[in-house]
Design a binder for this molecule. Structure first.
Ligand SMILES: [Zn+2]
Ligand SMILES: [Zn+2]
Length: 180
């Protein structure tokens, strides 16, 4: 019986698929990485030399890691890895840290915002695409500016999940967040 080929890590597959520009394979590998990352292995994952510089992979890891940094054991492991990085040749891991910082900043920003979403227009050249009107000022689920311009499907979309409105609800029908 022929020996089974050695198992190949989804990370290696991802890196290779990325290199070859095979998008569908990238997606499959990334989904697999996401399904396998856990609190037990996430620190090793994001600080591994294979992962370093792969922003999409480190993002997956940081998403899990940041909310758990309050855990002293997890924090100690991150600290240890950062220490190893600054003394070793793994300057590539700087990218990993950059992503982590970006992520934690985004998370803080989210927390500061009131819990709710606004609506915006779907048309890039509409003023209600850039400045989100408050829900109380809208009075309709479509963009009145675009409606007045006879535009096709001038419905407003959720700024949180981009769901396009199809009726008057007080919360987003997809992400469930309250409209503010
Ligand atoms: Zn509009
Ligand atoms: Zn939404």
């Amino acid at each position: 019986m022929a020996a089974a080929p050695p198992p190949c890590s989804p990370k290696s597959i991802y890196v290779l698929a990325n290199l070859l520009g095979i998008q569908p394979l990238c997606s499959v590998a990334l989904a697999d990485i996401k399904s396998k990352v856990s609190l037990g292995n996430v620190v090793n994952e994001i600080f591994s030399p294979v992962t370093a510089g792969r922003e999409e992979i480190t993002e997956v890891g940081w998403d899990l890691l940041i909310p758990n940094l309050k855990d002293s054991e997890t924090f100690a492991r991150v600290k240890e890895n950062v220490g190893l990085m600054s003394s070793g040749p793994s300057s590539r891991c700087v990218g990993t840290l950059k992503v982590g910082l970006k992520k934690s900043f985004e998370l803080k920003k989210q927390k500061r915002q009131p819990s709710g979403v606004k609506l915006r227009c779907s048309y890039l050249d509409c003023s209600q695409y850039h400045t989100y009107p408050s829900y109380s000022s809208l009075r309709s689920y479509y963009c009145q500016l675009c409606m007045a311009r006879n535009r096709w499907s001038p419905y407003l979309r959720c700024t949180g999940c981009t769901h396009v409105r199809d009726g008057n609800y007080t919360s987003c029908q997809r992400c469930g967040k309250k409209l503010i």
